[in-house]
Design a protein around this ligand. Structure first.
Ligand code: FE2
Length: 246
């Protein structure tokens, strides 16, 4: 088995196009998508059309939920611009996405954790705002009851793999479209990859087990940075230009 995992596209159509071209160039035609598809000050409508046409197994992210469940006149800040670009067809697609899914009987997919779509599975935030690798026993506790040997999550935008004590593996492919951001839950913190490239992961079964290969893809990130600035989001503009939170 060899497939690609993408996550946290966040309406970045140019980054998604570049990642899909890279996936095709690797000879891969199976893709799973871990959610947070459209929210952000970029190109939500075009991104929705591309993702719907892709027909990949996709789970719903917290930001996908905000787009379908928030009142139209009171969208959260990341959703406001994206929502204005979406048709009834796009919103119906978002509503159809499951919270979690199983791919080929072997891979469990969710956006954040099996129980909550806003909790980091692999990272912890200290009250001082430091983001660090969560202790293994806490990561394993969240994986209780999952039978699949490979688990995929997104949400933190940090590419990472953690092997559990029983041999299972949890992989976060990183974010296609948003390399850095600031958040205030559970404490004020920043997540920063430190580069503006698009991230995703190719995962293959090998003689020694599951092998995740993290890939970074260049695209015209400055075009997206300028678009974010035009749409009034200087924080996104800096993040897209540099990979550091603005
Ligand atoms: Fe996200």
């Amino acid at each position: 088995m060899r497939f690609a995992a993408i996550a946290d596209v966040h309406g970045n159509h140019l980054a998604l196009e570049a990642v899909l071209a890279d996936i095709r160039a690797q000879g891969i035609d199976e893709i799973v998508n871990l959610g947070d598809c459209l929210s952000g000050p970029l190109e939500a409508g075009r991104t929705a059309d591309l993702l719907i046409g892709l027909n990949a197994l996709t789970v719903r992210g917290n930001h996908d939920r905000y787009l379908t469940d928030s009142p139209a006149d009171a969208m959260p800040s990341w959703e406001e611009h994206a929502y204005s670009q979406l048709s009834a067809h796009h919103l119906a697609w978002l509503r159809s996405l499951p919270f979690s899914a199983v791919y080929r009987d072997a891979v469990y997919l969710c956006h954040a954790t099996p129980g909550h779509d806003e909790t980091y599975w692999l990272e912890k935030v200290s009250p001082a705002g430091h983001v660090y690798l969560k202790p293994l026993e806490e990561i394993e506790a969240l994986a209780a009851g999952i039978d699949q040997p490979l688990i995929l999550c997104g949400h933190s935008h940090i590419p990472r793999v953690v092997r559990l004590g029983d041999g299972r593996m949890i992989v976060n492919p990183g974010s296609v479209g948003c390399p850095a951001y600031g958040d205030d839950m559970p404490y004020d913190h920043k997540v920063e990859t430190g580069h503006p490239l698009a991230s995703y992961c190719i995962i293959a079964t090998t003689a020694s087990g599951w092998l995740p290969q993290f890939r970074s893809v260049a695209y015209d990130h400055m075009a997206m940075s300028r678009l974010a600035a035009q749409n009034g989001r200087s924080d996104w503009s800096v993040a897209l230009a540099t990979g550091w939170a603005g």
